[in-house]
Design a protein around this ligand. Sequence first.
Ligand code: G3P
Length: 218
Amino acid sequence: MKFFVDTAEVSDIRALAEAGLVDGVTTNPSLIAKSGRNMAEVIREICSITPGPVSAEVTATDFDTMLAEGRYLRDLAPNVAVKVPLTEAGLRTCRALANEGTPVNVTLCFSAAQALLAAKAGAAFISPFVGRLDDISTDGMTLIADIVQIYRNYPQLKTEVLVASVRHPMHLVQAAKLGAHVATLPPGVIRQLLKHPLTDSGLAAFLADWKKTGQSIL
Ligand code: G3P
């Protein structure tokens, strides 16, 4: 399973990339706003840290402007994936960019029917938002199971399922069990994945015993 990092914070991406945990990055207008940085500048910098796809999202809502924005974003770096919302104009933009060889991430997906449309429009990635479905008492993981099953039924569809709006470690574990291709994870969730109380207590015991030996490795 590929891990993308869902952030525009360069320091987090750099640290996680050094641990080999970054296969790509996703951003959105809210994350760019949170970073407080110029979009083009931060996307270029992120693209220089990871060779994997870096999603940069259009902000227009009409087809012509969306396509122009998508082309602009694509030209920022060779590993940009253009992100478009799951609207009719977004799917037209997706098809046009895909025909030009640009990978497109179709975002804000909340139903299996939407995911099927995105695949037919040539999306490289579909981003179903599991946490936001859970927020409204609808099981986000059922949507992942449905999309994975539908895409498997039609091997000619090459779209990868990119699980987004991941809020906690169990979202990741469940998505991996279902065979989703990618999960995009906020840095905080990646750090939560590391944690286990038995790791902490085991390490503390090893270090206490080591201290009694009076030795040092170096
Ligand atoms: O990249 C979009 C997505 O992951 C949003 O997550 O937590 O704002 O629903 P969240």
